[in-house]
Design a protein. Structure first.
Lengths: 217, 207
C-alpha cells in the first residue's frame, strides 16, 4: 500500500529532520484510508529500523537517530482520532518498557493496536521500574501485560519484571516483544507459563483474535 | 616529525575543529580567526573589537581582566549571536602572549549532552501525555453525544401544565403535550408514577 518511491521520500525527509514534510505524507496516507498496521509497520517501523541500521553502520549519528524517533512519535499522534474511536471490549492492558529501556515507540505501537481492537490501554512509557509496574497492575487489574525490549542488554530487567509479576499474578498473560528479540534467544520466556513472544504487530493482531478463546472467554 | 604533527594539528584546528578562536592585538581588535568562527558568526569580524562579538559582554572589569593572572586558567561563559540569529554560549579561556592575545571558546559538551537527554525525555513524556489527552478527549466527546439536555424557555399552559411544542400553532390542541411526554421525547429521562401525600388525601380522603 505504501509505494517504494513514497517510502524513500519519507525516509529522506525524516533523515533531514523535515517533520512537516513527513506529516504531509502521513496525512495523504490517512486520507487514502491506510490501515493502522500498514502505517506503523511499513512506514514508521521500517524507517526507524533502517535508520537504526544506518546508525550501527556509522552512516548517521545518534543525534539523527534520536531526532527521527522524536519526529516519528509526533507523527503517530495523527492516527489517534482513528485509534481511539473504537467500541470498547471491556478488556484492559498495561504496556511498558522495562527498567533502563528508553526506546518506547514499539510499546506505544502495541498500545495503539490494542486500542484499535477496543482494548483500554495504560501505556506507562519508557524505563518503568518494577515497583511502578506492579503498582499499576494492582490498580488497573489488566487482562494482559505487554513488555517491550529494544536493547538486548536489558534482558535482565525484563527477566526481573516477569519474575516479580509472576510471583503475584501467576496467571496474568504476558506478551513480550521488540527489536532485542532479533538477536536474543529468549530462554527466559520458556520458564514461565503464559508468556508469549510477539514477532510483530501482525502477530499481536493474531494473538488478539485468539485471546478470548484461549482464555475461555 | 614533531613539526609535521604540529602542522597537521594546526591545520585540523584551523579548518575543521568546532571551537571559537580569536587572535587579538593589544587593543583587543580581532586580527585572526579560524574557519569555524567565521562560519558560526557569519559576519565580518576581522577589525572589530572582541567585545562587539558577544551579546552578553560586560566590560565592568575591563577586558584586560580576562587576561589577568586570576582569570586565566578558568573558563568564562560568553554568548555569541550565531549566523542563524540564535544565541549560543561558549566557555572561553584567554591567553596573553605579550604582543598578541588569544581567546579559545568551546561549548560545554556535558551540558549539551545533558540537555539532549532531557529534551528527549521531555519529548517522550509530552508524546505520552498527548496520547492520554487525545484518548480522554475522544471519550469525552463520545459521552457528550449521549447527553441530551433541555434548555431555553418552555411555553407552559397555566392551567393544565401541558407544554407547547416549539414553533407549533398555540391554537392547535395537538401542539400541547403532557409534561412527561414532552420531557421523555426530548431527553433520555423516563417517568414512573406514584401519588404524593397531598394528592393522596384529595383522591382518597380518610373516612
Amino acid at each position: 500500500m505504501i509505494s517504494e518511491p513514497l517510502y524513500k521520500e519519507y525516509l529522506s525527509l525524516l533523515l533531514e529532520g523535515n517533520k512537516s514534510g513527513c506529516a504531509r505524507i502521513v496525512e495523504r496516507l490517512m486520507a487514502e484510508k491506510i490501515d493502522l498496521e500498514t502505517l506503523y509497520l511499513s512506514l514508521f517501523k521500517r524507517s526507524l529500523y533502517e535508520i537504526g541500521e544506518m546508525w550501527v553502520a556509522n552512516k548517521v549519528s545518534v543525534a539523527t537517530e534520536h531526532l527521527c524517533t522524536a519526529i516519528t512519535e509526533g507523527l503517530m499522534t495523527q492516527a489517534y482520532p482513528l485509534i481511539f474511536n473504537q467500541a470498547h471490549t471491556g478488556k484492559r492492558a498495561v504496556i511498558a518498557c522495562v527498567a533502563n529501556e528508553y526506546h518506547q515507540i514499539g510499546g506505544k505501537m502495541v498500545a495503539d493496536v490494542l486500542e484499535l481492537h477496543g482494548w483500554d490501554t495504560y501505556f506507562l512509557g519508557s524505563s518503568v521500574p518494577v515497583d511502578g509496574l506492579m503498582a499499576m497492575i494492582q490498580e488497573k487489574k489488566p487482562h494482559l501485560l505487554c513488555l517491550s525490549l529494544s536493547i538486548s542488554s536489558n534482558i535482565d530487567s525484563l527477566e526481573r519484571a516477569i519474575m516479580r509479576v509472576r510471583e503475584k499474578w501467576p496467571e496474568l498473560p504476558i506478551f513480550v516483544g521488540g527489536k532485542a528479540f532479533e538477536f536474543l534467544a529468549p530462554t527466559v520466556l520458556d520458564l514461565h507459563k503464559n508468556v508469549k513472544l510477539l514477532g510483530s504487530l501482525q502477530d499481536l493482531k493474531f494473538q488478539l483474535m485468539t485471546f478470548g478463546e484461549a482464555r475461555g472467554k | 616529525m614533531a613539526n609535521n604533527v604540529d602542522a597537521a594539528l594546526m591545520e585540523y584546528l584551523r579548518l575543521h575543529a568546532s571551537f571559537l578562536y580569536f587572535l587579538l592585538d593589544k587593543e583587543n581588535t580581532i586580527v585572526g580567526t579560524n574557519q569555524f568562527t567565521s562560519k558560526t558568526i557569519g559576519r565580518q569580524i576581522i577589525g572589530a573589537t572582541f567585545q562587539s562579538v558577544f551579546v552578553d559582554f560586560c566590560d565592568a572589569g575591563g577586558i584586560s581582566g580576562f587576561f589577568s593572572q586570576e582569570k586565566s586558567g578558568g573558563f568564562f561563559p560568553l554568548t555569541v549571536k550565531m549566523a542563524d540569529g540564535l544565541p549560543r554560549t561558549f566557555y572561553f579561556m584567554f591567553f596573553d602572549l605579550g604582543d598578541v592575545r588569544v581567546a579559545f571558546g568551546d561549548q560545554n559538551h556535558d551540558e549539551l549532552e545533558n540537555l539532549h537527554k532531557q529534551f528527549l525525555a521531555l519529548n517522550s513524556e509530552l508524546g505520552n501525555l498527548t496520547r492520554e489527552l487525545q484518548k480522554k478527549n475522544i471519550e469525552l466527546e463520545s459521552a457528550l453525544r449521549k447527553v441530551r439536555t433541555l434548555e431555553g424557555i418552555l411555553p407552559l399552559c397555566a392551567n393544565c401544565k401541558k407544554i407547547r411544542i416549539e414553533g407549533a400553532d398555540p391554537r392547535d390542541q395537538s401542539s400541547w403535550l403532557r409534561m412527561e411526554n414532552y420531557i421523555e421525547g426530548k431527553t433520555d429521562a423516563q417517568f414512573s408514577h406514584g401519588v404524593c401525600p397531598e394528592c393522596l388525601e384529595k383522591l382518597y380522603p380518610m373516612p
